[in-house]
Design a protein around this ligand. Structure first.
Ligand code: MN3
Length: 196
């Protein structure tokens, strides 16, 4: 059975970019609900002993009765667990080393990368996620609807951004671009560097 992971920082640690109340609801209520619904769906089945990564890569094999519930809530659990690690208290750090080289090769510059990533994030209609993944020596930006995730195709993400309104509405209302601008300040580039 799955458990809500502790945040690696306090609810107010990402202020003023991501507010404490949003973090409290997002982690304590939204993420908890994904975990609870996922556990309810797989309770007593052979799937309750699988890792979340294995489970999400075998969605096609799941019985129809739980496939959609596992896709949405298992995806939600995996994506949010990853998302919390992608953030850290603002330190003004920037990507370095191999990560920076890959960004430069793939997008020309860090600024170009941020611009393209933000454009995909703004362009994601409705609820979903924006991803950075690695293919060979290239980094690729993509987006997914709802709680779908690159891990469902066997690809571990390098960076992810939640663009569901519950991630930003309290502080930014409908201004998704402002949320994305602010979010760059709390990206944990050291964690991201370990994913490439
Ligand atoms: Mn969310």
């Amino acid at each position: 059975m799955f458990q809500l992971p502790d945040l690696p920082y306090a609810y107010d640690a990402l202020e003023p970019y991501i507010d404490a109340r949003t973090m409290e609801l997002h982690h304590g209520k939204h993420h908890q609900t994904y975990v609870d619904k996922l556990n309810a769906a797989i309770d007593g089945t052979e799937y309750e002993r699988m890792s979340i990564e294995d489970l999400l890569q075998q969605l096609d094999k799941l019985p129809d009765t739980i496939k959609t519930v596992v896709r949405n809530n298992g995806g939600g659990h995996y994506n949010h667990s990853f998302f919390w690690e992608c953030m850290a208290p603002a330190t003004k750090r920037q990507p370095t080393g191999t990560l920076l080289e890959l960004i430069n090769v793939s997008f020309g510059s860090l600024d170009n990368f941020k611009e393209q990533f933000a454009a995909v994030a703004v362009g994601r209609f409705g609820s979903g996620w924006v991803w950075l993944t690695r293919t060979g020596d290239t980094l690729v930006i993509s987006s997914s609807p709802n709680q779908d995730s690159p891990i469902m195709d066997g690809i571990a993400p390098v960076l992810g951004l939640d663009v569901w309104e519950h991630a930003y509405y309290l502080k930014y209302q409908n201004k998704r671009p402002d949320y994305i601008d602010a979010w760059w300040n709390v990206v944990n580039w050291e964690f991201v560097a370990r994913q490439v």
